[in-house]
Design a protein around this ligand. Structure first.
Ligand SMILES: NC(=O)c1ccc[n+]([C@@H]2O[C@H](COP(=O)([O-])OP(=O)(O)OC[C@H]3O[C@@H](n4cnc5c(N)ncnc54)[C@H](O)[C@@H]3O)[C@@H](O)[C@H]2O)c1
Ligand SMILES: [Zn+2]
Ligand SMILES: [Zn+2]
Length: 365
């Protein structure tokens, strides 16, 4: 089958090559991928030093079950599914407490192999890594049963695919992690697939005021179309001062970093009111460090900094309710998908993201 591979860290372009995909092992399912969105986390892996190679990235995918392994009971061949980067074990300390994104076994998504050290992908007998728990830039992949969520056949697969990362991450950060309440004031920094999904989440939560910030004008315009209150260019406007002025001098209740940098977390901590919350959604580079001068002020102001991994979501519980919101017109997911490309155009898709062209580009198989 065809797959898009990173052959050497920090190289461009990504090559499309023939790769073998194994049969599913016990507790696993094989999926024919129909769509896979390009997320900034894929680009980060492609551009970082020391990525394991060769690797098939792509973790925002949907498709059809083509084979089931021994012991699989919740899925059948022919089922439509959305894939999650997390395959929770349902047994560990975190799983039994309901925090499946912290599952000890699901952490293997960062290793490129299953917990037993194997990968479904190989080329001429050599192991090929499976990126971020899915390996969705391929015609087929194998995932653990708990990472594949059955979806009704009438749900468009491209919609299910963006749910795989952007929507669960952004909406979940608002609803599950921060628990934004009605009437809250919010600042969202970064308006890619993740930030726009945060914006959609704040609308579901009935926030009163959404200040959005991004250097890319077309993305600010899109956010305004989707209901943001006011959009600012951070290269032109002081985000902290603006946020305070816009909220009677107090600062916003919640600030979301949906771009991924320690500097933006600091901006968030300065832009929130006393008692407010800054939510880390973007993934800063590993070398980034947070600077909090006069840290005692965290005590006297009761400011909070919290992190949101994959929207603190368990896909098996989250996807059905997000799909209902979409089907009943309360979640505009079509607006998120601005470009569709065949797998051979993966490098153009990555360029879309680098240039901030549209919101989400998805690969179609
Ligand atoms: N928490 C999670 O589980 C999770 C899941 C998926 C992605 N992510 C991370 O979320 C981040 C966003 O992903 P994406 O796919 O939306 O990326 P993207 O590249 O499509 O969007 C990022 C946006 O941030 C904007 N930006 C850059 N600097 C800015 C600044 N100083 N102020 C305001 N905006 C700024 C860019 O112009 C761009 O529009 C990435 O860091 C990604 O790795 C985290
Ligand atoms: Zn992602
Ligand atoms: Zn677990």
């Amino acid at each position: 089958m065809k797959a898009a591979l990173l052959e050497k860290p920090q190289t461009d372009p990504i090559m499309v090559d023939d790769v073998e995909c194994s049969d599913p092992g016990p507790g696993q399912v094989r999926i024919a991928i129909s769509h896979c969105g390009i997320c900034h986390s894929d680009l980060t892996f492609f551009e970082m030093d020391g990525a394991q190679v060769p690797i098939v990235m792509g973790h925002e995918a949907a498709g059809t079950v083509t084979a089931i392994g021994a012991g699989v009971t919740s899925l059948r061949e022919g089922d439509s599914v959305m894939l999650s980067p997390f395959a929770p074990c349902d047994r560990c300390y975190h799983c039994v407490r309901g925090n499946t994104v912290l599952c000890v076994e699901a952490a293997s998504m960062f290793t490129g192999v299953f917990p037993d050290g194997t990968s479904p992908f190989s080329r001429n007998g050599e192991l090929v890594y499976r990126g971020l728990g899915v390996g969705g830039f391929a015609q087929e992949t194998v995932v653990g049963e708990t990472a594949a969520v059955k979806i009704p056949d009438e749900v468009p697969r491209k919609i299910a695919s963006v749910m795989g990362c952007a929507v669960q991450t952004g909406v979940g950060a608002v609803i599950n992690t921060a628990k934004v309440e009605e009437g809250a004031t919010v600042l969202i920094m970064g308006l890619g697939g993740i930030g726009i999904s945060v914006l959609l989440g704040t609308q579901l939560a009935a926030a009163s005021t959404m200040i959005v910030s991004d250097p890319v004008k077309s993305r600010r315009d899109k956010a305004m179309e989707l209901g943001a209150t006011v959009a600012i260019d951070p290269t032109d406007v002081d985000v902290v001062e603006f946020s305070k002025d816009f909220t009677a001098g107090f600062g916003v209740d919640y600030a979301f970093d949906a771009a991924g940098s320690a500097r933006l977390l600091e901006t968030g901590l300065n832009a929130i009111c006393n008692g407010g919350t800054t939510v880390m959604v973007g993934a800063p580079p590993v070398e980034d460090e947070l600077r909090i001068p006069a840290v005692v002020a965290m005590l006297t102001t009761e400011k909070k900094l919290i992190a949101s991994m994959y929207g603190s979501a368990d896909s098996r519980r989250e996807v059905p309710r997000l799909l209902d919101l979409y089907r009943h017109g309360k979640l505009d997911l079509e607006a998120l998908i601005t470009n569709r490309r065949p797998i051979d155009e993966i490098n153009l898709g990555l360029d879309d993201m680098r240039k901030g062209e549209g919101i989400r580009t998805i690969l179609e198989f």
